[in-house]
Design a protein around this ligand. Structure first.
Ligand code: VGL
Ligand code: ZN
Length: 208
């Protein structure tokens, strides 16, 4: 696969809390870092996302009496899964993995910053209305095709890819540079949904 000037690599949430030892560890999360570094060398345009929650964030089970991680609650915008407190603004858990090497990245999008709304997608918060600004950035820079890698495959990668597609961008997910959390069949559901959206799932080897 040839990478063009209009292509961008979106590196989703490669942060300590999503790696082994972190507060919301994705199994094998850190194992993608070398693959991400390798594929990123091929791209001129790279954007990072960073999950970046206030301490009193609505998605933390600990902020709701009698709730545990993976329980759900109903919010104005629909059902919200509750998580262990993670990626709290300014904490070591919210930092990028120390081996992540993408010095050419031109933008870091921080998401989940509003106390009352979670955000899985790099484009919109979970109310599907509050924008992060990423779409405006891509449009202004005339970037047309988004390749998505990172954590977690079945949450932030999935919803970022789907929102990109809905916005009319070309999208592909580079699956071997992603890892999933996999609760209640969420990895299988992601494969199914990406297929319905017509989003190709490709291997990093396709670029070499
Ligand atoms: C994520 C759950 C909560 C992710 C972020 O990056 O996939 N998942 N916050
Ligand atoms: Zn989060």
């Amino acid at each position: 696969m040839k990478i063009s000037e209009r292509d961008v690599l979106l590196v989703v949430d490669v942060q300590n809390d999503f790696c082994t030892g972190g507060e919301l560890a994705v199994p094998g999360g850190e194992k993608i870092v070398l693959a991400v570094n390798r594929i990123a060398q091929r791209f001129r345009n790279v954007i990072l996302t960073q999950d970046w929650h206030p301490r009193d964030h609505v998605s933390f089970a600990s902020n709701h009496p009698h709730k545990r991680p993976h329980d759900t609650i109903e919010l104005d915008y629909g059902t919200q899964v509750l998580w262990p407190a993670h990626c709290i603004q300014g904490t070591p858990g919210a930092e990028f993995h120390k081996s992540l090497q993408v010095p050419q990245a031109s933008l870091i999008i921080r998401k989940g910053i509003h106390r009352n709304i979670d955000s899985y997608s790099a484009f919109y918060e979970n109310d599907h209305k509050t924008p992060t600004g990423l779409l405006g950035y891509l449009r202004e820079r005339e970037l047309k095709t988004v390749f998505v890698v990172g954590l977690a495959f079945d949450f932030c990668v999935r919803f970022s890819a789907e929102d990109a597609r809905k916005a009319g961008l070309e999208v592909a997910v580079i699956e071997d540079a992603c890892r999933g959390i996999d609760i209640d069949g969420s990895v299988a559901a992601t494969h199914h949904s990406l297929k319905e959206f017509g989003i190709p799932v490709v291997s990093i080897e396709a670029f070499f």
